[in-house]
Design a protein. Sequence first.
Length: 133
Amino acid sequence: ALQNNTFVLRRGEGGMGKDPLKDLTVHPDQTIEVHFLRTFPNTEWEATYIWQFQDQVFRLIRAETVEYDRMHGDKRNIQYDFVTGKIRTSYGNALARRRRPNITWIKLKRPVDITLKTISHPLSQEVIDGFRL
């Protein structure tokens, strides 16, 4: 059995909020989806990690982070696809209904291999400069 005692944050770790683990789903295709949600008075942070069992190890194949400023409406969404080696970023304002978010694509210059054993906790793993998951 594989165990990681630091990946799932618990109450009081990384802030004063409640337990951030929202749900964990085991899929028939040997993937595990872990979803975190942190809410604060003016902001909200969500992260989803999808792990696939390959070569006796759980490897991160996709991840998504969403940061939302409820006071001003600013929203930042970053989607990581480690199978294709691409990152999709979306920045916008949820309160400006007629404006589309600014979307950019980044191609990773080298493969990123993150396993459940090597990641310490959410937002600790730097993928490229300025991008943590």
